[in-house]
Ligand binder design. Structure first.
Ligand code: DGL
Length: 272
């Protein structure tokens, strides 16, 4: 039976809009509730305990909105706090397993690179998932701490020498390892996809986990008969924990569309 409840998506901030973008483009009939914890971003430099605590508060917020499933769009949460979600009363989708699957089917050499936040890389989550699927894989992971701030200040053009040199420097271990596939293991990295592609060249396949997860969610809803009915145009609501001022500018970059102010609401941490 069709299920008209919304899809819940959460992230440490606005980066998860890159995942929402893939979900919305593949599932235009679905309502989406997006929660970005902009008051506490970044998660990527925090401890495992703190990330787990924040993630379960974020999940509770979405459950209060009666969502039919939850997507942890945040690479960091997906890497260090996915096990804390096992008792959720609704299906849960994280980014790591789906990205690993996509990378394993794309690689020819078995040399797979992973980039993400310090917490994501430190967790070894992608390597674990890749090795389950391809035990002989050689995984090279590196954290790219400056990528998130670059995107947030609007520096992501492939023509920008500073951006290009920064990307080159961070990706040197991936180039040296001869990877033929690279997982963009953080919400913001798909925005840098064209410069990353230029630096690595055409022979390296870039994996956007948002695409992998959005496709998995679509398959799940169809196979369970719980997708929303055709002809229904999905409603999208956005909640943040800090002033929504920067939302409009960043949403245009990350989500790929402009959002009306009335769609974005600030919520108090106390109410989480
Ligand atoms: N959303 C985070 C991720 O995908 C990046 C920003 C942060 O560190 O919170 O890992």
């Amino acid at each position: 039976m069709a299920d008209s409840r919304a899809i819940g998506i959460f992230d440490s901030g606005l980066g998860g809009l890159t995942v929402a973008r893939e979900v919305i483009s593949r599932l235009p009939n679905e309502d989406v509730v997006y929660f970005g914890d902009t008051g506490r971003v970044p998660y990527g430099s925090r401890s495992r305990e703190t990330i787990k605590k924040y993630a379960s508060q974020d999940e509770r917020f979405l459950l209060k909105h009666n969502v039919k499933l939850i997507i942890a769009a945040c690479g960091t949460v997906s890497s260090v706090a996915a096990d804390a979600a096992k008792d959720l009363p609704v299906p849960y989708f994280e980014m790591v397993t789906h990205a690993a699957k996509a990378a394993v089917s794309a690689t020819k050499s078995g040399k797979i690179g992973v980039i993400g936040t310090a917490a994501t890389v430190g967790s070894g989550s992608h390597k674990r998932e890749i090795l389950k699927l391809l035990p002989d894989a050689e995984v090279t992971a590196c954290s790219c701490s400056l990528f998130v701030p670059l995107v947030e200040v609007g520096w992501y053009s492939a023509d920008d020498i500073v951006v290009k040199e920064t990307v080159k420097r961070y990706l040197t271990p991936i180039i040296n390892a001869g990877c033929d596939t690279l997982i963009l293991g953080c919400t913001h990295y798909p925005v840098l996809q064209s410069v990353i592609g230029e630096v690595l060249g055409d022979n390296v396949t870039l994996i956007n986990p948002g695409i992998a997860v959005a496709s998995a969610v679509k398959d799940f809803l169809i196979s369970n008969g719980t997708s929303n009915e055709n002809g229904f145009s999905g409603n999208h609501e956005f909640f943040v924990t800090d002033k929504p001022d920067s939302f409009k500018t960043l949403a245009a970059v990350l989500l790929g569309e402009k959002i009306n102010e009335d769609k974005v609401k600030q919520v108090e941490l106390d109410s989480l």
